[in-house]
Write a protein that binds this ligand. Structure first.
Ligand code: ATP
Ligand code: MG
Length: 554
């Protein structure tokens, strides 16, 4: 019986709010990405959380692009973010852009000016910083703090009309220059930035700061539970202050800890550097911790959701083991991925008692874990490729594969016995000779022979070729962001190897994006770079489960 999962702290808050009638129309959450890069696995946590809570409690979840910073945002990112969310299996109730609220936010700002709660400041950025004070000292009031409402309104409108240069003036909230929380010492609400915006073009030359956009946008959308990461905890009093002063819908902010993953970095700024400097092939390089990279690597969406749900939410930051994510990937793929045979390091094997030139077709099931997966035809002949490591000239006792006089089963085919082998001048095995037991065919075995090992193989005349991209972790150290110096010094120089393999014919035309299990070798995903007759496969994850083993030991 499944153990009942205890509620996390957000679920407890929501259940209490629903019980006390605080959300008569149900809960409303939102996922608010800034369109300045592709989504990564940390964002997936936030997506699973926000969409998941809305679903669990019969509420709604919006997608809101937090596009208040004109210089870093691009339409390309907007489109990819939407694609990633949908691929993860979620659909927003409605989609918004913070930039759609620019006019409303401007009106809100004027409302605060009229109430004597905001003023235009001519001080420079340096002067404002220098008068902020410190944790032990109060700040100094700006000489422009007590301008009249009329002057402030006129100046603010002139700012909007483009009459001043960047940095010449700002709009500040009039809170308290001695407030113990420095963020409340007359925070900046608007700055002048003569930059082109990806949606509003050149309509605006003043842009609201995060603190004067986020909470107000939440309120406009009647978000009941605005969930963000811990670094915003000190912003919460300001979030509440603006909403209270404006008397608008009372959204509330809640914080949870950022999710980090070992052997990678998780900030869009750093990921952008990897892309721009060519350390990876793009945002969706299969080594990237982005959703699109993981998709291209062959990770199923269900595995990413399972990972986020397993990790859950916390109030303290920590780094989650990459092994847990790989465990989830393996668990999902084991259930869904079709099995094929692929030989990575081939050596030739000849069956001396099987007629030369004869072929037969064997039936091979696609997935023993899924009876509906069906089966495929596998060609068999007297000349095969097997994995070089499956043969040993002088095998140790418990080697249940092939060696002189040893017997092994060929998967989906026959039992064979090694009778001889040939080496070249350097001593490398060149050909292996075997006899097969005709009565031992899989599915109709009447031979009565028992063998311990089964190996994969391919009929050499039927085998085709594939290009492999074998990936390893992107960084050499567990937490590159915590190391001294530039995080890029810790990149793993061996994170990508190119190689070739022989594959069975049915694998040659597999649609790109399909993940399969290469028997005994691991999971692979057909890349979009595949060409007709020349498939390209990305290594997804190995079969060995180091993480589960670690857990058992612990
Ligand atoms: P980055 O530092 O990677 O650019 P960000 O927080 O600036 O991240 P946003 O686009 O602003 O990125 O994030 C959208 C949402 O995703 C926010 O609510 C943010 O708190 C959340 N989020 C971002 N990174 C993580 C993470 N590592 N773990 C959990 N949630 C995250
Ligand atoms: Mg951000």
């Amino acid at each position: 019986m499944a153990e009942e999962k205890s509620l996390n702290f957000l679920e407890e808050i929501i259940e209490a709010d629903l019980a006390t009638g605080k959300c008569p129309d149900g809960i409303q959450t939102r996922f608010p990405p800034e369109p300045n890069g592709y989504l990564h696995i940390g964002h997936a946590s936030s997506i699973v959380l926000n969409f998941g809570l809305a679903k669990k409690y019969g509420g709604r979840c919006n997608l809101r692009f937090d596009d208040t910073n004109p210089s870093t945002e691009e339409t390309e990112y907007v489109e990819n973010i939407q694609q990633d969310i949908q691929w993860l299996g979620y659909q927003w109730d409605s989609r918004h852009f913070a930039s759609d609220y620019f006019e409303q936010l401007f009106q809100f700002a004027q409302q605060l000016i009229r109430a004597g709660k905001a003023y235009v400041d001519d001080s420079s950025a340096e002067e404002i910083a220098a008068t902020k004070g410190s944790l032990t000292e109060p700040g100094k009031e700006s000489p422009y703090r007590n301008r009249s409402v009329e002057d402030n309104l006129k100046l603010f409108q002139a700012m909007r009309a483009g009459q001043f240069a960047d940095g010449e003036k700002v709009l500040r909230a009039k809170v308290d220059m001695a407030h113990p929380n420095l963020l409340l010492r007359d925070p900046i609400m608007y700055r002048i930035k003569k930059a082109h915006h990806h949606r509003t073009g050149d309509t605006w030359c003043i842009y609201p700061m995060y603190d004067f956009a986020h909470g107000q946008s939440d309120s406009i959308e009647q978000v009941t539970h605005s969930i963000c990461t811990l670094e915003f905890i000190h912003h919460r009093p300001l979030y509440d202050w603006f909403i209270e002063q404006l008397g608008i819908f009372p959204s509330h902010q809640y914080e949870f800890a950022r999710r980090n993953l070992s052997y990678t970095v998780m900030s869009k700024r750093k990921l952008l550097q990897l892309v721009q400097e060519g350390h990876v092939a793009g945002w969706d390089d299969p080594r990237m911790p982005t959703i699109s990279g993981m998709r291209r690597r062959g990770y199923p969406a269900a595995a990413i959701r399972q990972f986020c749900e397993t990790v859950g939410i916390a109030k303290r930051e920590n780094v989650v083991d990459l092994g847990l994510l790989e465990f989830c990937v393996r668990e999902q793929l084991n259930k869904t991925a079709n099995r094929y045979m692929m030989v990575l390091n081939p050596v030739k094997l000849i069956i001396t008692n099987y007629p030369e030139g004869q072929t037969e077709s064997l039936e091979a099931e696609y997935n023993p874990e899924d009876t509906h997966a069906g089966s495929r035809e596998l060609p068999f002949s007297n000349t095969l490729w097997i994995e070089r490591e499956d043969f040993m000239e002088a095998p140790p006792k418990k080697f249940f594969r092939l060696g002189p006089k040893l017997m092994v089963r060929l998967k989906h085919a026959y039992i064979i016995e090694c009778t001889d082998f040939k080496k070249d001048a350097e001593g490398t095995v060149q050909e292996i000779y075997c006899r097969y037991i005709p009565e031992s065919r899989s599915g109709s075995d009447t031979s009565g022979i028992h063998v311990k090992g089964t190996i994969h193989w391919l009929s050499a005349p039927h085998a085709q070729e594939a290009d492999l991209r074998l990936y390893d972790r992107l960084f050499r150290v567990e937490n590159p962001s915590d190391e001294s110096g530039d995080f890029k010094e810790y990149l793993n120089p061996d994170s990508l190897h190119h190689s070739k393999a022989y594959i069975e014919p049915s694998l040659a035309a597999i649609p790109s994006g399909t993940t399969f299990q290469a028997l005994r070798k691991g999971y692979f995903c057909a890349d979009r770079d595949s060409q007709a007759g020349q498939p390209v496969f990305n290594s997804t994850v190995g079969l060995k489960d180091a993480w589960a083993k670690e857990q058992k030991k612990a």
